[in-house]
Design a protein around this ligand. Structure first.
Ligand SMILES: [Fe+2]
Length: 232
């Protein structure tokens, strides 16, 4: 029987929300205003040397690809090496574009003349849009390749175990960084299913951790419905 578990799509919904939000902030930023542009530039400056932080959105986008490569791709390597090669090639392209965006953000920070900052802001908007388009296309590609392939080859128990391993491998603040975006991005049915799984399969303090993030980030009427449905 084909499994129903999906390690990618719910997380991808959160990443899409991040991309839409960051794109919106970028295009309304006045780069001649140093104070106003500092926050958005911080989200574009990827510190590859450091652990992924929960506030740097590009760090979360890059970290997600890393989690896939470490925890998910090896399980499919021998089953479909060509597919895994294609997805890893995409990840390398993502990294290349992140290096470029980080360099451009550093360059804007070093500029003082307002007109130069505005021109550089237009350039970084274009580059970020290319990056977002590539990343969005890549997630769609995963959802029609590796997602159905994994449902075919693994049981829901196996997929659940892989998911547990990914969550356990993540520092708490990084996990919080993803959940803050993912929980408000799901349908009511998906969110209820996820919370029921957390309630069933995780210790009470883990449930409290996720409930705290949900209460702070999901629309309050939606969150109340989920609480009632799942019972927590
Ligand atoms: Fe990926």
């Amino acid at each position: 029987m084909t499994a129903t578990g999906d390690l990618f799509t719910p997380a991808h919904k959160g990443l899409r929300s991040m991309i839409y939000d960051l794109g919106g902030r970028l295009q309304r930023t006045d780069f001649s205003d140093t104070v106003a542009s500092t926050a958005v530039l911080a989200d574009l400056e990827h510190e590859f040397a450091n652990a992924v932080t929960s506030s740097c959105l590009l760090c979360l986008l890059h970290g997600h690809a890393g989690h896939e490569e470490t925890n998910v791709f090896p399980s499919m390597q021998s089953i479909d090496p060509a597919m895994i090669r294609m997805l890893i090639d995409d990840h390398q392209e993502i990294t290349r574009r992140l290096v470029l965006l980080t360099k451009m953000a550093h360059e804007i920070n070093a500029l003082e003349a307002p007109d130069q900052r505005v021109a550089a802001g237009a350039r970084i908007n274009r580059e970020a849009n290319e990056f977002f388009a590539f990343y969005l296309g890549h997630m769609n590609k995963e959802e029609v390749t590796i997602v159905p392939a994994m449902k075919e080859h693994f049981t829901d128990e196996q997929l659940g175990a892989m998911q547990g391993k990914i969550i356990a491998s993540m520092p708490r603040d990084r996990l919080a960084g993803y959940l803050r975006w993912m929980l408000p991005s799901l349908t009511l049915a998906e969110l209820s299913g996820l919370m029921a799984g957390v309630k069933r399969g995780m210790p009470p303090e883990a449930l409290q951790f996720v409930v705290g993030i949900g209460a702070a980030n999901v629309d309050s009427a939606r969150w109340a419905t989920v609480r009632e449905r799942v019972g927590f």
